[in-house]
Design a protein around this ligand. Structure first.
Ligand SMILES: [Zn+2]
Length: 330
């Protein structure tokens, strides 16, 4: 239900108004950090638009129980299409026999890096057909910034003149990486970072594997995705003996053997440490602040090094060694 979406009242109120009035722009752009509920909201909106219960729709809601609502929940609604890497992988696997499907699907999914023109065209072809259930057609493109140039240009044609009762919802956390011509044709709907207490609440309910939701939320930067990354980073730091003389070597040594994953892990650890340094900065007196300021700018350097072709383990070890004697609390 819309009421399950935490911390996005402004966006939700606007969407509910659209449902009540049964008037929706041809293209919407949901933008904001990862893990604040953009996709969940888009699906909830699709559910409300296609719900069979007129009275629920008049309230700007989905009933949640009719066949249409259930089909959206299961991802099987003929008029609601979620275009993402899984959708693209399934399109690429049309010919694979059933017995090998699951294994092949995982492999194909892993390989996805961009949304391709054929994927957008296939989805768009559906947008041109009449809605199976006679109501709204909703096409959601997740991580829309990952559309390749030709794919984005193809999409542009469809959102310039969308058929009646058709809405495209583009979702992105990187608005700057999107084509200006696409941005200019979408109604923008910003999603705000969540409050720490809201992240904690969501993590406690949805992520039972996170041992300390309150602490993960503190380092989350206002999103559930951020909290999950922080939880992993905190685990790496603690398991590696952060704060002990052997800590820097052990934490760096425990990074994944896969280069891309190691980079992400190191980046997440640095993010946690930067937040901890900021917290310490707000608590300490003027003389110590100068030293912390220096460390913070060093850490910005470490973070940008990890993005380049430098060993993440080496950068992380150096960064951790620079905290020696600071007694930093995480
Ligand atoms: Zn319904």
């Amino acid at each position: 239900m819309f009421s399950d979406i935490l911390g996005q009242e402004k966006a939700v109120n606007y969407l509910q108004k659209l449902v009540r009035e049964d008037r929706v722009p041809g293209a919407l752009l949901f933008c904001g950090p990862d893990g604040v509920g953009k996709k969940k909201t888009a699906l909830e909106f699709a559910k409300a638009l296609t719900c069979e219960d007129v009275f629920a729709r008049q309230e700007g809601q989905a009933c949640g129980v009719c066949a249409s609502c259930q089909a959206v929940d299961k991802g099987t609604h003929p008029d609601v299409t979620l275009v993402d890497f899984a959708y693209q992988a399934r399109l690429e696997m049309k010919e694979v026999p059933t017995e090998d499907y699951e294994e092949e699907f995982e492999k194909t999914l892993d390989k996805q890096q961009h949304l391709k023109i054929d994927t957008i065209r296939t989805a768009a072809a559906r947008s041109q057909q009449k809605a199976v259930q006679g109501g709204w057609k909703v096409l959601i493109v997740d991580q829309a910034q990952l559309m390749q140039g030709p794919a984005a240009n193809a999409l542009l044609k469809f959102i310039e003149e969308p058929p009646a009762k058709t809405v495209w919802i583009l979702i992105t956390s990187k608005r700057a990486a999107m084509l200006g011509t696409i941005l200019s044709r979408c109604q923008l709907l910003p999603f705000a970072p969540l409050q720490t207490a809201q992240v904690e609440q969501l993590v406690s309910v949805c992520e039972p594997n996170v041992a300390d939701p309150a602490r993960a939320a503190r380092y989350s930067g206002g999103s559930v995705a951020g909290a999950l990354k922080a939880a992993q980073a905190l685990e790496l730091l603690e398991a590696g003996g952060f704060g002990t003389p052997a800590g820097p070597g052990q934490v760096a040594g425990s990074l994944s053997r896969t280069a891309a994953t190691a980079r992400q892990e190191a980046q997440a650890v640095l993010d946690v440490l930067v937040s901890a340094l900021h917290e310490q900065w707000t608590r300490c007196d003027e003389p110590q602040r100068g030293a912390l300021q220096g460390l913070l700018s060093k850490f910005e350097n470490y973070k940008s090094c990890i993005g380049r072709n430098v060993s993440p383990a080496l950068v992380l070890e150096t960064a951790l060694m620079s905290l020696d004697g600071l007694n930093l609390k995480i």
